[in-house]
Design a protein around this ligand. Structure first.
Ligand code: DGY
Length: 319
């Protein structure tokens, strides 16, 4: 079977594919156009996809040769799962191995924003730091604060656990269903979405993104938050309405924001969010550790190998 791999991945995954006699097709051009990408997809049986290519109805109509998709990510929002189901195309993802790395980035962003670290680093680099000042650049401490998690799955659990251990935080969460382990181990309390946004001092998003959640963090939502609220997003940029976030940050409706994900990606260099002292933006590096990426490479390849042997993918998001 032929596997189309659109971008380089850690060697471990390549070795697994090759040792299972799978042919790997790679693009001639490092940054293929949409047409070139589709042309390569047409030559393959299976896709191993890195990045945000869209697998929508148009893709499935155009590439009716595709029998399986293995995503190099835990998120699968770029795939129209209903279409994949209709055509009985399994879609694999890479959960667990990146939970620690991604929650580390949420934890890092929370601390950076609480102390305006990004802005203060720039201040030193640009020569604008004029010396110690007892009243300038005061941050807020995180001890004993309330952390609100939207989407308490594996990554959310790791973030909540770190915050509880490091800062004795109270954990509240909103999820599709109750997370009994988090309630038992972390004393986490299930709340409605409205309670989450009104009671939290920090909100960290760890939910799977679906189109009905586009812009749920908007003017109205930010308007109900506490003024010391730190907004952290390491999930998908689509959750926030960026204009409304900008307004909430500028007007002091909320304290600050730490974003590892934006909409679009990459964020435009002249995006006004980047000029604000209370914002820290990272370039979607949640899973960017050698450990996590090796794990993702292994799982993505193992999903393909299983499929090629007529076995269920070990990590599959659809029936
Ligand atoms: C994921 O695994 O979903 C990361 O966000 C990378 O896309």
């Amino acid at each position: 079977m032929k596997v189309f791999l659109n971008k380089k991945i850690p060697q471990i995954g390549i070795d697994i594919l090759k040792s299972n006699q799978l042919d790997i097709i790679v693009p001639e051009n490092e940054s293929p156009t949409q047409e070139e990408w589709l042309e390569n997809c047409k030559k393959a049986d299976i896709i191993l996809n890195v990045g945000k290519n869209k697998f929508d109805k148009n893709f499935f109509d155009t590439c009716s040769n595709i029998k399986a998709i293995s995503l190099f990510s835990v998120g699968f929002d770029q795939v129209d799962i209903t279409e994949a189901n209709r055509r009985k195309i399994p879609v694999g993802n890479t959960p667990d191995v990146l939970s620690r790395a991604t929650s580390d980035i949420a934890f890092l962003l929370m601390q950076m924003v609480s102390r305006k670290a990004s802005y203060n680093i720039d201040k030193v680099k640009s020569g604008n730091w004029k010396g110690f000042d007892a009243l300038e650049e005061l941050g807020q401490e995180l001890y004993g604060k309330t952390l609100g998690i939207l989407g308490l799955g594996r990554i959310g659990f790791e973030m909540a656990e770190k915050c509880k251990k490091a800062f004795g935080m109270k954990i509240i969460y909103h999820n599709r269903s109750h997370n009994e382990q988090a309630e038992k181990d972390l004393g986490a309390t299930y709340v409605s979405f409205d309670e989450l946004i009104q009671k939290s001092d920090i909100i960290s998003i760890h939910a799977n993104y679906t189109p009905d959640q586009a812009g749920i963090f908007d003017r109205e939502t930010f308007g109900k938050m506490k003024p010391n609220l730190i907004f952290i997003n390491t999930a998908r940029g689509g959750f926030q309405n960026e204009e409304d976030l900008l307004e909430a940050l500028k007007s002091g409706k909320i304290w600050g924001a730490g974003l590892d994900v934006t909409n679009p990606e990459p964020m435009e260099q002249n995006n006004p969010l980047l000029q604000l002292p209370n914002v820290c933006v990272l370039p979607h590096i949640g899973s960017a550790t050698a450990e996590a990426r090796n794990g993702m490479s292994k799982i993505a390849a193992e999903n393909i190998v299983a499929f090629s042997k007529n076995q269920p993918m070990p990590n599959c998001v659809n029936p």
